[in-house]
Design a protein around this ligand. Sequence first.
Ligand SMILES: NC(=O)c1ccc[n+]([C@@H]2O[C@H](COP(=O)([O-])OP(=O)(O)OC[C@H]3O[C@@H](n4cnc5c(N)ncnc54)[C@H](OP(=O)(O)O)[C@@H]3O)[C@@H](O)[C@H]2O)c1
Length: 271
Amino acid sequence: MLPKESFDTALVTGASTGIGAVYADRFAARGHPLVLVARNREKLEALAERLSREHRVKVDVLPADLASPEQRSKVERRLREDESIGVLVNNAGSSVPGGLADVALDDIESMIQLNVVAPTRLIGAVLPGLLARRRGSIVNIASALAIAPELSAGAYAATKSYLLTYTLTLHKELRDSGIQVQAVLPGITRTAIWEHAGKDIGSFPEHMIMEVDEMVDAALAGYDMGELVTIPSLPDGDEWRRYDEARRRLAPELSRSRAADRYKSDIPEDA
Ligand SMILES: NC(=O)c1ccc[n+]([C@@H]2O[C@H](COP(=O)([O-])OP(=O)(O)OC[C@H]3O[C@@H](n4cnc5c(N)ncnc54)[C@H](OP(=O)(O)O)[C@@H]3O)[C@@H](O)[C@H]2O)c1
């Protein structure tokens, strides 16, 4: 099924390998021209050559280090000025090995630049155009760790929680705008990210590891269904809805004029 923006250009970050490269392939197969962003120019050019040959779409490469404000600004400029762009996939991301006490702060900051600041700024750059055209979509690749921080160490899960919360707020603010928003929460997916993070993916049981094509195809099925949050491996989609409803049920209790009784020392225990 072709989505409504089939002729809009899709800008995919982190497109040189892994999840981003598969997104680029799938959007090209759907007929979208592409702009591919990552640091490795050679890999981007090789992918661009293959995709334009196989799918007969225009593919531009825009090499940039998205953790660098200076290099990121050329991607922001492209998103602001290129009116053909209707799809933004914020996929580039990294994880640094180690716990909060033993990781170099500069490495954490650089991860936050890439996982948090970059998607925030790229969305900010593309939104005015999408709103003016009343169409488009934004896909944010978060992680299952956004809702399961106990399963990981370091600041990575927190960066992904940011992206999930940001997506929920974006969805609320864009209601009736014609712009689709999706957060994808992959579990362990077989890509090079594990190697870069100094972790052996082979240390996880096979039944927990998803192949990258399967992950992206499931995420795109969720995209076609108009899902706001897609968890590719979750067998029962109602589990997420129940989780989300429980969170929403707390909302009326989260801001009141009185502190809860359990925080008041002057209330007798048997009152
Ligand atoms: N694999 C998993 O198990 C898993 C699970 C949950 C979520 N995710 C998320 O999925 C996304 C994609 O990860 P992946 O597994 O496909 O990882 P990957 O194979 O390591 O690919 C990461 C991509 O991001 C690019 N990138 C890294 N640092 C960059 C920078 N500073 N500036 C621009 N581009 C940069 C890389 O290209 P260059 O090196 O050429 O720059 C590459 O194209 C990430 O956001 C990750 O957090 C992955």
